[in-house]
Design a protein. Structure first.
Length: 241
């Protein structure tokens, strides 16, 4: 018996509180290949997860390599932050962006900016390095982007850190990245593509600050957000004195 064109297309969707739901077509109920199909679908999803993990590690290595950290404390916080966001349920949005971080020795508020990069410009910047990688048959983050029209370079300038408080430092990094995506129309659209219908509608109704808080919670930085708030409140009190 020949396999149907839809073989292996069954989707297992993650729901809230750890539950999962299997999405099928109406005709799947009477299909004799249902068990084999769902087994193949799970295998495909596991292989995709492995590929995404590898892509994530490649992205993390590239980000760390291109970013500039002046202190080991902030550098270790950045590495922990990257590992966590590339393991989150929203990791897909980061494959369309290159995050860069620069620690600047100034006692002012940190800020960030976004630079759209076209594919032609990106290929020009890559130069001979990409050609060598392609000749060697390697799959890199550059090659994976060639099918897209471009990507976004998102730069975070860290101008104030909190000594001996890694939670607050990670909260600061996570807050700036969340603000980057929440205040930018392209970033918002990237997020919406990864959400379910109910989450999509709820996210659209949020203002920027609510979106920042929601993103940080989704990435698993609730405690770090509270630590950041406490440090900022402490600094505000010092200014009043």
């Amino acid at each position: 018996m020949e396999r149907k064109e839809c073989f292996g297309s069954i989707n297992e969707v993650a729901l809230e509180k750890g539950f999962t739901q299997i999405q099928t077509n109406p005709e799947c109920r009477d299909c004799q290949e249902f068990r084999d199909c769902i087994r193949q679908s799970k295998q495909d999803m596991e292989e995709k997860k492995e590929r995404d993990e590898l892509r994530g590690q490649e992205m993390i290595a590239r980000i760390i390599d291109l970013s500039q950290m002046l202190s080991n404390e902030v550098g270790s916080c950045l590495l922990e932050f990257l590992n966590r966001i590339y393991s989150s349920s929203l990791e897909a949005i980061f494959f369309e962006n290159l995050l860069l971080f620069y620690e600047i020795p100034k006692e002012t508020l940190s800020f960030s900016l976004t630079v759209p990069i076209s594919r032609s410009i990106f290929n020009l910047v890559q130069g001979d390095e990409t050609k060598a990688e392609q000749a060697a048959g390697q799959t890199t983050i550059y090659q994976q982007r060639e099918t897209r029209d471009g990507f976004f370079l998102r730069i975070v300038l860290i101008q104030r850190s909190f000594p001996n408080n890694p939670k607050a430092n990670m909260g600061l990094i996570a807050h700036e990245v969340a603000r980057l995506f929440s205040s930018d129309s392209d970033g918002v659209n990237q997020i919406l593509k990864t959400l379910s219908a109910s989450e999509n509608n709820r996210f659209k109704k949020m203002d920027t600050e609510q979106r920042v808080k929601w993103l940080m919670e989704e990435w698993g930085f609730s405690d770090e957000l509270e630590a950041l708030k406490k440090e900022r409140a402490r600094l505000d009190e010092q200014k009043k004195c």
